[in-house]
Design a protein around this ligand. Structure first.
Ligand code: S3P
Length: 450
């Protein structure tokens, strides 16, 4: 099933070279945060390039339910009239975050230190994902949470009426958990301290500083120590959302494996906490260059040029790089299948609790299409078959996971027989223009009748 509606079975088949410019949508992480921080500022925040994927639209709807005014000016331009830190109203209804783990976890943090009760729910994928990783630290502020067994949604949070600041060491590499604690810390008096052993994406820290919060980040032997002073008045901002490196990964990887391709993906955010895939691809022998490197709105940005790379070889991906490419392992496994030799991916336990168990979802679909994959609790190894040697022909389950659906559609571009996915509907959560964009480059991606 797609997240909202009937399944959309899709197929992709071998195609000629991919050529042209791929203008991928705005960054999903920055889009969610723009809406939430805009709603917590006093005055009007303006946003351009917002990702209009379902995940972000669900967050916009939630912000309206919390009392902020969110206006759609068309073409990805939005304005948000914020209610200020501590100014959220209690929503009249259940907040449905659809497929979005980022949406629900950030919203839980943002409301946790306001005296309101909010019930959160989502689709079948989101309602099976662990929420205790967020509600445990929020309990330290005084927030109560009651959900289903195993800390699953639907779940009601009662915000702390008299929150206290906390000091929290995040036990897993998770930007969502870190961000939930920081957003909760906004309405607690005094200093909230978050410590992460491994650096994860730092958009929340950068954007909080941009909105005028007092926040410091110190690199220590114990990791990154982030200190936020609570109860600031956040000042409205103008935010230009850079294009999403996690979406750019799909046309980039497709260009590397489809013979003769040459694709330019302009204006991609290359924050070092997000760009691990591109480093990995270059180590595998990818012809991938950064052109026109620049800074936009405080974030490094470049145009990526990806060309067919006939000599891709497997590598051992350093586990320390995992957080900076966590959403890109599914599509990396497709490139690994087309490379020679094995690609070893370790230290990736978090992949098992994403929109789907991404190791299991990719391993099953790759095996069904003729690729050997071994896997364990926090590792997997893909045996490359080299260019043109993958049979294909199987139908893969997308498990309500956009990145799984897109990864298998990229695989089908180089297999001997077409590859089908049972449901491409979830692609709309993060990359609603995936089909027209890939088709314009020359891909053969089609919808099948259900
Ligand atoms: C995100 C953090 C990551 C990532 C997700 C977006 C964010 O999740 O997988 O797609 O915007 O903070 P985790 O924090 O669970 O690793």
């Amino acid at each position: 099933m797609s997240s909202h509606g009937s399944p959309i079975p899709m197929s992709s088949r071998a195609c000629g070279p991919l050529n042209g410019t791929a203008e991928v949508p705005g960054d999903k992480s920055i889009s969610h945060r723009s809406l939430i921080l805009g709603a917590m500022a006093v005055g009007e925040t303006t946003i351009t390039g917002l990702l209009e994927g379902q995940d972000v639209l669900d967050t916009a709807k939630a912000m309206r339910a919390f009392g902020a005014e969110v206006i759609d000016h068309g073409g990805g331009s939005y304005s948000v009239h914020g209610v200020g830190v501590g100014g959220f109203a209690e929503p009249d209804n259940v907040i449905d975050c659809g497929n979005s783990g980022t949406g629900v976890r950030l919203l839980m943090g943002a409301m946790a230190t306001s005296p309101i009760s909010v019930t959160f729910t989502g689709d079948a994928s989101l309602n099976s994902r662990p929420m205790a990783r967020v509600t445990d630290p929020l309990a330290l502020f005084g927030t109560q949470a009651v959900g289903r067994a195993g800390g699953r949604l639907p779940m009601t949070l009662v915000g702390a009426a008299e929150p206290v600041p906390v000091r929290y060491e995040v036990p897993m590499p998770s930007a969502q958990v870190k961000s939930a604690v920081l957003l909760a810390g906004l309405n607690a008096p005094g200093k909230t301290v978050v410590i992460e052993a491994e650096a994860t994406r730092d958009h929340t820290e950068r954007m909080l500083a941009g909105f005028g919060a007092e926040i410091t980040v110190e690199d220590t032997d114990a990791g990154r120590v982030i200190t936020l002073t609570g109860q600031p008045e956040l000042k409205p901002q103008h935010i230009e959302v850079p294009r999403d490196p996690s979406s750019a990964a799909f046309p980039v990887c497709a260009a590397l494996i489809v013979p003769g391709s040459d694709v330019l993906v302009p204006g991609i955010g290359l924050n070092p906490t997000r760009a691990g895939l591109f480093t990995t691809l270059r180590e595998m022998g990818a012809d991938l260059t950064y052109e026109n490197e620049r800074l936009e709105g405080g974030e490094p940005v470049a145009d990526l040029r990806a060309r067919f790379s006939p000599d891709l070889h497997g590598i051992e991906v350093p586990p320390a790089r995992a957080a900076s490419m966590i959403d890109e392992y599914p599509v990396l496994s497709v490139v690994a299948a087309c490379a020679t030799g094995e690609t070893v991916m370790r230290g990736v336990k978090e992949l098992r609790v994403k929109e789907s168990d991404r190791i299991d979802a990719m391993a099953s679909g790759l095996r069904a299409n003729g690729v050997e994959v071994e896997d364990g609790p926090d590792w997997w190894i893909v045996q490359g078959r080299g260019h043109g040697n993958i049979a294909g022909g199987a139908t893969c389950q997308s498990h309500l996971d956009h990145r799984i659906a897109m990864s298998f559609l990229i695989l089908g571009m180089v297999t001997q027989k077409p590859v089908q996915v049972d449901d491409g509907g979830p692609i709309a959560t993060s990359f609603p223009i995936f089909e027209p964009l890939m088709s314009k480059l020359g891909a053969q991606v089609t919808r099948l009748s259900a």
